[in-house]
Design a protein around this ligand. Structure first.
Ligand code: FES
Ligand SMILES: [Fe+2]
Length: 402
């Protein structure tokens, strides 16, 4: 019999959290805590919603869906990216059901009210002329475009991208992510609480055992002292390639006030690996202004829920999608240079190989983790140094819950 937690119980759980340990069981299993997670984390933070190249022309749109909400992300007549709640202002029907498409205006399938690309109500048959139509536009949802990546937030007062843009842009500019396109995208259902997905993504302590394919090429699975010589050698190669190896950590307590969390770190691949490929050879044309494959991988966060990994020739974006207390979806999106042509410049199977096998393995270990944390025998366990980012995530999460 599962006991559901109330506010007072959550306060008690927060009070008894032991620093440097995993969370108490209810944080991974309890539907009431999941509701609080939704309010304090998912409806406050920023979410990766898509890439500008997916909606190149005025009237192109895509849907962003999470926790029962649906948002239309579109390009308007002026070329700007905007987002509106996918909720008709007449009786509330969903306006759009296709995951993406192109329209001149959005016409509700229920009674045919229609809305322009600016969200304004333009047609409402038989509506009393005395009613102010300007007050019946689609509800806007906050969006930010950072290097061609579209983020959205449900918050009433979303955090500002100003500091993130100022500090993070110089590190990622050379990749010119705005001039990429989606080469592949996959969804992996995971029977686990969303926090176990994030915890797992944030540490490579598990990589040696769980990811032989990844561990063969990426030094991040080694302890810091053993990885150091590889990272030192990377610095010169990265500089020649025009890439930053400066670590920027603005996660949790280190994030500027009123800003989303963000970070940047470039680490080395082993000798012989130019990128995250099976044979070490490049997978696609160089990104943006990158001058050469330096054999590195940049770990970038735009908000604590939006990590990506950027190699010299492709980027991999992760989206953690919460479904309920013990169900999530892991989305993985692969980006390549906008001019790259499949079959000529890249092969989708080779491109996606590493992060497909790695994500499938993660799915297995995370689901086993969920089964264990749901056990009557589970109690929070101690983290090691290599799990410091997982601890950083816990601290940022717990701060939001307090
Ligand atoms: S609910 Fe959309 S037109 Fe009636
Ligand atoms: Fe993993």
């Amino acid at each position: 019999m599962t006991r559901h937690f109330g506010k007072a119980d959550i306060a008690a759980l927060l009070a008894r959290h032991r620093a440097g340990h995993t969370l108490d069981q209810p944080f991974y299993t309890d539907p009431a805590i999941f509701e609080v997670d939704a309010a304090r984390v998912f409806f406050r933070d920023w979410h990766y919603a898509g890439h500008v190249s997916e909606i190149p022309a005025a009237g192109d749109y895509l849907l962003f869906e999470m926790l029962g909400e649906s948002v239309i992300v579109l390009r308007d007549d002026a070329g700007a990216i905007r987002a509106f709640a996918n909720v008709c202002r007449h009786r509330g029907a969903r306006l759009c059901s296709a995951a993406s498409g192109h329209v001149r205006r959005f016409t509700c399938p229920y009674h045919a009210w229609s809305y322009g690309l600016d969200g304004a109500l333009v047609h409402a048959r038989q509506l009393d002329p005395a009613i102010d139509r300007t007050a019946l536009g689609l509800k806007p949802v906050a969006t930010e475009v950072f290097e061609g990546l579209i983020y959205l937030s449900f918050a009433d007062t979303p955090t500002s991208f100003d500091a993130l843009r100022a500090e993070l842009t110089p590190h990622v500019r050379a990749f010119d992510l705005a001039r990429t396109k989606v080469a592949a995208r996959r969804s992996y259902p995971v029977q686990a609480n969303w926090k176990l997905l994030v915890e797992n993504y944030n540490e490579c302590y598990h990589c040696t055992a769980a990811h032989p394919e990844f561990a063969r090429s990426h030094v991040i699975h080694m302890s810091a002292d053993r990885a150091a010589p590889h990272n030192a050698a990377l610095a010169a190669r990265a500089a020649a390639a025009g890439l930053s190896v400066t670590t920027l950590d603005r996660i949790g307590a280190a994030a500027p006030a009123g800003s989303p969390d963000y970070s940047y770190n470039r680490y080395a691949l082993f000798d012989g690996y130019q990128t995250g490929s099976e044979d070490g050879k490049p997978l696609a044309p160089l990104l943006g202004d990158v001058k050469a494959c330096d054999g590195g991988a940049s770990d970038v966060y735009v908000g604590i829920l939006n990590p990506m990994l950027v190699y010299c020739d492709h980027a991999v974006i992760y989206r953690f999608v919460p479904i309920d207390a013990t169900t999530s979806l892991q989305e993985v999106i692969w980006l390549v240079h906008e001019d790259a042509e499949e079959g000529r410049d890249y092969d989708a199977a080779r491109l996606t190989w590493l992060w497909d096998v790695t994500t499938e393995a993660d799915k297995r270990i995370i689901e086993a983790n969920q089964q264990g944390v749901a056990s009557r025998f589970y109690e929070p366990g101690p983290l090691v140094e290599m799990e410091s980012y997982t601890r950083r995530f816990h601290d940022a999460y717990l701060a939001r819950m307090r």
